[in-house]
Design a binder for this molecule. Sequence first.
Ligand code: GDP
Ligand code: GDP
Length: 453
Amino acid sequence: MPDLTLPPIVAIVGRPNVGKSTLFNRLVGKKLAIVDDTPGVTRDRREADGHLGDLEFRVMDTAGLENATDDSLPARMRRQTEQALADADIILFVIDGRAGVTADDTHFANLLRRSNQPILLLVNKAEGQAARAGFLEAYELGIGEPIPVSAEHGEGMADLYQALRPLILKDLPEIEDEATDDEDEAAAARRPLQVAICGRPNVGKSTMINQLLGEDRLLTGPEAGITRDSISVSFTHRDREMKLFDTAGLRRRPKVHDKLEKLSVADTLRSIQYAEVVIMVIDGTQGLDKQDLNIAASVIDEGRAIVLAVNKWDAVENKDERLQEIKDRLSISLTQVSGIPIVTCSGLTGRSLNVLLDQALQAHKRWNFRVTTSKLNRWLEGALEAHQPPLVSGRRIKIRYGTQIKARPPTLALFCTKASELPDHYIRYLVNSFRDTFDLPGVPIRVVLRQPD
Ligand code: GDP
Ligand code: GDP
């Protein structure tokens, strides 16, 4: 079972060339970011798993902030940085101790002070004595006690750890394995809904995301060709904050036109790692193929809610037949989950993308579904009566009692005799009956059998 705990997001912000990428690499522990002396070379946001001692978090590197107001690359970077502030739980504001406090740093500090997130001020390049003056100046920024570090040499990491630790441990979301109470559910509703968009190359994922965001968030403009490791973008749909995660297929690599290029199951699993709901995109002009079904099956096996986007609908000729064909294939080949929502849409024209997001919201709700033990047992009684468990060596298996042990996805524990002998088809019957009764189409439902002593 994948752990769906969402780690806190730590954003690294600051003007170009202060050492953000170097710090990113140090926290991530890999050479992921591009480090360069040219200011502004880190043009996009990257996210990766980071750690410091026993602290685990997501690190987000941002482009630097510039004062430009036109739609130049620096202006776009600035917008992305502001967005990062909206996404992050904790901010590491980095300045260059050797350069001292610059006008850009001050401007940036003014912006940051308005945000609600905790901010740590890091004075980088502080190895040796060269950053001493810069360190003292840093107090003037009014962002609390500066922490001298050297991202390049790994100095000051213990102090950073001390400062981060209380912030991260406080922010750590609860690991959910028992029924949560109402308060937890309210907290879950406030967190941005994490959506991954996955599908084979060329089905139209990038086009769709750019259309959804209504802006150039994926940097598909003239400066394209920048490699990035992972991107998440946030936006609001019907007052609900949503966070879209890209997939391997979204990276701006040279475009792949070979339709046979595979999106491996491993790529899919990586891309849905932080997702609650997965929007699986297929090319409507081509229909649902074997690879699409494999991707969908792995999404379901990972316990995520799934919505199927049949894209490029504007270019589909025999719409009725195509839709029927897709529905048939789904019901024949994906028996694990019935009722997967299907939305025909066009990323190019924007048609039905709102419907797609509505479906994602609803799928998320169903994925969080909880039922009381008494209701569950009322259902169970009826289901057992309608269709009795089979006989095993002449004796009937008895299912005595059930309870929901968790949500996300809904997971039931059923207490029964001869648990190991209950056949799969019977479990499938119970799952489908549960799904119908509580109206949970498209959501994986898990059953754990327990045998009382
Ligand atoms: P970014 O633009 O903020 O992402 O900055 P980079 O991480 O690309 O770093 C800019 C330059 O500063 C590079 O030449 C780095 O090698 C250098 N740099 C980064 N951290 C340190 C540090 O701790 N000490 C020193 N002396 N140089 C550093
Ligand atoms: P990705 O690899 O999944 O991100 O796919 P892209 O977004 O790069 O799109 C691949 C190709 O399909 C491009 O030539 C797009 O113009 C085209 N495309 C994307 N969405 C649509 C759509 O809704 N309708 C049509 N007719 N073409 C589309």
